[in-house]
Design a protein around this ligand. Structure first.
Ligand code: ACO
Length: 339
């Protein structure tokens, strides 16, 4: 296992967090939950009928599932208080109590409500749901952390050995936004920069040096899209003057020392960036997939940053090991939230 996850495992064991896996009857989720329960690296809540889940666990030889907490989304005696909570949270948006009672049958909504009610510290879902299905209940119920308006999705890119010697820090770079905002404003980009620096520091354990990427370096091109990145950089710096950030930078100027010398002399970030902030979701999503596929990096994420409590999304093609690792990431975010 990568050193990053060994670190997270230790943290989880020392301070086990209560994590919800709402897609509970799904074999990969059950396998990941079983491992975490066996190790004691986290406490798991599964949503659904306890008897059905335990019968399936028996079939799959997953002997630790019995240690989980179970909440039955079809049992209105159990769910009524969460329906009331959802109604209170959303009545100003036109939600009625009847709507709320229907909504809590959806395990992804109920999972977020358990977190909101303080009965869980975080949630992981998306093995059988699209990203937007995971994001919407999190946005509606948990909302953003204090001082944050926009949630973004980061990836920790763990580089192959040869590249690790040259780029990033400890063999890692953090990319964002690769998952959430199709067309961010300059304010949203600034917030993505600040949140991704935090993810780099707290989760990856690396020094954040944030490059705001563009097709231009330090005025080499003039365009509204370039001005937007310059303004976003200034905005981030104004919000957090301690942030080590620079932009606009091209990708090579951001990560290659020799190019930085030519194009961005004196920059505190150019040539040694550890955090790359992309101008929009198209670029971010395409870039991380190309670095993963063509560059041989392992892409850890998307890690949702900026929510009031951690919720993380899975790829539908994920395996049990990836779910387990996402649980460890969510646990780290919950621990850091409490600090
Ligand atoms: N941060 C915080 N809150 C947000 C954000 C955000 N970035 N975006 C929307 N919201 C909130 C809104 O304020 C609103 O809250 P309210 O209902 O309390 O007023 C709520 O979420 C719903 O907002 P809408 O604008 O109605 O949401 P919409 O349904 O249009 O979509 C969504 C939001 C789901 C996040 C959308 O932006 C989306 O689908 N993004 C792309 C996701 C995706 O497909 N990513 C690529 C794949 S992931 C991968 O490959 C790793």
């Amino acid at each position: 296992m990568e050193p990053l996850f060994e670190k997270l495992k230790k943290e989880g064991k020392a301070n086990p967090q209560r994590l919800v896996l709402p897609e509970s009857m799904e074999e990969r989720n059950m396998t990941a939950a079983n491992l975490m329960l066996a190790e004691g690296t986290g406490k798991i809540t599964l949503i659904g009928k306890k008897d059905d889940i335990l019968a399936k666990a028996k079939e799959l030889n997953l002997s630790n599932i019995g240690k989980a907490r179970f909440v039955d989304n079809e049992n209105s005696n159990e769910t009524e208080k969460y329906a009331q909570l959802f109604y209170e949270l959303r009545k100003n948006k036109g939600v009625t109590i009847e709507d709320a009672r229907k909504k809590v049958k959806n395990p992804l909504y109920l999972g977020c409500l358990l977190v909101k009610a303080g009965e869980a510290d975080g949630m992981v879902s998306g093995a059988i749901h699209a990203t937007s299905d995971v994001l919407r209940p999190a946005f509606q119920i948990l909302k953003t952390a204090p001082g944050v308006n926009s949630v973004s999705g980061a990836f920790i890119m763990v580089l192959p050995e040869d590249k690790a010697k040259v780029y990033g820090e400890k063999g890692m770079l953090v990319f964002a936004d690769c998952a959430v905002m199709p067309d961010p404003t300059k304010e949203e980009l600034a917030q993505t920069a600040i949140l991704t620096a935090k993810t780099a520091k707290e989760l990856a354990g690396i020094t954040p040096r944030v490059a705001m990427l563009s097709f231009s370096t330090k005025g080499s091109a003039q365009h509204d899209k370039v001005t937007k990145i310059v303004n976003a950089t200034a905005k981030a710096k104004a919000i957090d003057p301690t942030l080590n950030i620079d932009g606009e930078l091209q990708a090579d100027a951001a990560i290659v020392e020799a190019v930085a010398e030519l194009k961005a002399q004196g920059s505190p970030v150019a040539g040694k960036a550890t955090v790359l902030v992309f101008p929009n979701l198209e670029v971010g999503n395409i870039a991380y997939k190309l670095v993963q596929r063509l560059g041989g990096a392992t892409a850890v994420g998307p890690i949702l940053q900026g929510l009031a409590a951690p919720v993380n999304d899975l790829s539908r093609g994920c395996n049990a090991d990836e779910i387990y690792k996402t649980l460890l990431i969510t646990s780290n975010q919950a621990i850091n939230r409490d600090k």
